[in-house]
Design a protein around this ligand. Structure first.
Ligand SMILES: [Zn+2]
Ligand SMILES: [Zn+2]
Length: 272
């Protein structure tokens, strides 16, 4: 079993996003949607050193993913990657030395191979990522209204899979959001629902998959336990507790168990 990569999620949701891939040569940051101070505090909580960040990658230009970029880059000389389009949408991003890539392109950084794929969201050129290194693989996709065939291919057969499970449709439809905003979230260029994520995971998870993390959970229109339950049900996993905060699929025959849980907005988690 190759476990050369790890995923640290500092926070995930509409109030801020930042995650880190830990590889052989340091850390690769995905999005920077918190204050520098908050990011460093959360990294320290996970025993990570901000000086180890080698690169910053952006998924897209919504402020919950980039609000901290300018301040972060004042004291950061690592590599910056954003899709063609993403870095041009905001003046303050355009002034930074981003290496642009076309969604679908691949590149290597900090000893890790990074494949990008287009996601479907109401911005210019949003992307998700597949990180591979020495036989290990992590899939990462948030902020997408649908999973295209390309996204499905890139996210399949990862040891760690971080997948958006944004809202529960009945909760959203009966909630306080105005109708136009509900429609935007549900649209093909909005966010993945629990049901959509649950429909996808049986095709994405393989015997190699050990961890499945529900990402970008709406605080208004979802609950972590609803997302975990939906994913667990789709895969035949058993809830670990009555709260439904996590679930496990035991598979026997030397196949590692699959653990399912939710990333939150306020507490950082590490996925080894
Ligand atoms: Zn977002
Ligand atoms: Zn977004």
């Amino acid at each position: 079993m190759h476990r050369t990569l790890h995923l640290h999620i500092l926070g995930s949701g509409s109030k801020g996003n930042c995650a880190l891939i830990e590889g052989p040569e340091g850390l690769i940051m995905i999005d920077n949607g918190f204050s520098r101070r908050e990011i460093i505090a959360r990294m320290h909580e996970l025993d990570l050193d901000e000086g180890d960040v080698q690169a910053l990658l952006l998924t897209h230009e919504h402020s919950d993913h980039i609000s901290g970029v300018t301040v972060w880059c004042r004291r950061f000389d690592g590599a910056l990657f954003a899709s063609l389009g993403t870095a041009d949408t905001k003046k303050y991003l355009a002034s930074l030395p981003f290496t642009p890539f076309t969604p679908g392109a691949a590149f290597d950084v900090a000893g890790v191979h990074v494949e990008t794929f287009p996601t479907s969201h109401d911005v210019v050129n949003p992307v998700g990522f597949r990180f591979t290194c020495a036989g290990d693989a992590i899939g990462f996709a948030t902020d997408t209204g649908v999973l295209t065939p390309g996204a499905m291919k890139a996210l399949r057969d990862c040891r760690i899979l971080a997948l958006e499970s944004n809202h529960d449709v009945p909760t959203l439809r009966t909630g306080s959001y105005p109708r136009f905003l509900q429609d935007r979230i549900i649209s093909e260029r909005g966010h993945l629902s629990n049901a959509q994520a649950a429909a996808a995971v049986p095709k994405l998870v393989t015997e190699r998959t050990e961890q499945l993390i529900a990402m970008h959970i709406s605080q208004e229109n979802n609950r972590p336990s609803l997302a975990v339950r939906a994913l667990a049900e789709a895969l035949g996993a058993t809830l670990d507790n009555e709260l439904g905060s996590s679930a496990t699929l035991e598979r026997g025959d030397g196949i590692p168990a699959l653990h399912i849980r939710a990333a939150g907005q306020n507490r950082p988690i590490s996925c080894w």
